[in-house]
Ligand binder design. Structure first.
Ligand code: PLP
Length: 388
């Protein structure tokens, strides 16, 4: 089967299977050994070297999904992010980071970089010019996140990679929100692609994991740092992640479809002031999203009409779960001002356009009529309380 290009669901299901040559079972066996023969073998295997049979084979699946040569799996998204950044940065280097990043990444950068003498600047927006303006002679990495959390801004990947390449700067993306089903940044020239596999790759809200995909040479450099930091994933969880990814395309395509329907429904709703979803023509970055994404994803945000109480709304939901995290098969909602972005100052939230009535919606695989009915009844409760 050497050069045959498999379809997306075949890739999800079959690439990187560990063959059970002993019993010919249909699924990958789990190799839990932390000790492997070292004589007469080419590779010395050890879990912290990221090269147990399960780690090595699942990496091939993730590399295939991201259209790159190689990949690594980590114990968490943050392990993947911190290791990848530190692998390429040294004292005196400078990084330009997108303003709207995952909170854990912001926390890592602002707490740890100073200790290492690494300089950093956050952009003032997500346009290419916003990144270009912050470049310095010692800038080594440009770090983007698109679609972003929670307002779903879209950064132009082709332009960012062109800018980075022209200056000899490494480009990195947190591709968690899109998943490899909707967006392959390497096709646009982005060097390092990072995922919190806790989200869409895992997809069932029961695995904590991370992944990085890039060229062989870049992965080698990340590996050199990773074996020191030790953020490897247990083979039990690697196996669960492999099982999850078999249905990745099925899940994400359904979530894309559901999210578009829900975005249109909310957009027309009289009690909803605003919807942020890159699949809506009214989204300011819709054209860029269309050019670089195959689907618009399962994440969106919306604002209730002024005066409606967001937490009352969330607490009145019966099917949709008000909970942290995202990308599971079940729909969830949260209020960023009270949760994911609570650590920001009011001023910083205002600057980014995250108001107290904003609700982030991770759309699951349920029937949209059931989701709409739940939203309808929760809005009804909120209104009754408002005018009581
Ligand atoms: C959750 C998340 C992370 C962090 O991943 P963990 O697996 O929780 O360490 C990073 N980036 C984004 C966009 C996320 O949603």
């Amino acid at each position: 089967m050497a050069k045959v290009k498999l379809g997306i669901n075949s890739t999800c299901t079959h690439v990187g299977e560990v063959k059970d040559t002993q019993f010919k079972g249909a699924v990958s066996p789990i190799y839990l050994s932390t000790s492997y023969a070292y004589e007469d073998v080419e590779v010395k295997r050890y879990p912290r070297y990221f090269n147990t049979p399960n780690q090595e084979m699942l990496s091939k699946k993730i590399a295939a999904l991201e259209h790159v040569e190689a990949a690594m799996i980590f114990g968490s998204g943050m392990a993947a992010i911190s290791t990848s950044l530190l692998a390429f940065l040294r004292k005196g280097d400078h990084v330009v980071l997108q303003q709207t990043l995952y909170g854990g990444t912001v926390n890592f950068v602002s707490k740890e970089f100073e200790k290492y003498g690494i300089e950093y600047t956050y952009t003032n927006g997500w346009k290419t010019e916003d990144f270009e303006r912050e470049l310095k002679p010692n800038t080594k990495v440009i770090y983007v996140e698109t679609p972003s959390n929670p307002l779903l801004t879209i950064t132009d990947l082709k332009k960012i990679s062109k800018l980075a390449k022209a200056k000899g700067i490494l480009s990195m993306i947190d591709n968690t929100f899109a998943s490899p089903i909707n967006q392959n940044p390497h096709d646009f020239g982005i060097d390092i692609i990072i995922h919190s596999a806790t989200k869409y790759l895992g997809g069932h809200s029961d695995i904590l994991a991370g992944a990085v995909a890039a060229s062989e040479a870049h992965i080698q450099q990340i590996w050199n740092a990773a074996i020191c930091y030790g953020g490897s994933l247990s083979d039990h969880t690697v196996w669960m992640l492999e099982r999850s990814i078999k249905t990745l395309a099925l899940r994400v395509k359904r979530q894309n479809k559901n999210a578009l329907k829900m975005a249109r429904y909310l957009n027309k709703h009289k009690d909803v002031a605003r919807v942020y979803y890159p699949g809506l023509r009214s989204h300011p970055d819709h054209k860029i999203a269309k050019a670089q994404m195959r689907g618009f994803g399962g994440m969106m945000s919306f604002e209730l009409e002024e005066g409606s109480n967001a937490s009352q709304f969330l607490n009145s939901l019966q099917l949709i779960k008000p909970s942290m995290s995202l990308a599971g098969v079940e729909s969830t909602m949260l209020c960023p001002a009270a949760t994911s972005h609570a650590l920001l100052t009011q001023e910083a939230r205002d600057e980014q356009g995250i108001n107290d009535g904003l609700i982030r919606f991770s759309v699951g695989i349920e029937e949209t009529k059931d989701l709409a009915r739940d939203i309808e009844q929760a809005l009804h409760v909120v209104k009754q309380l408002q005018f009581a």
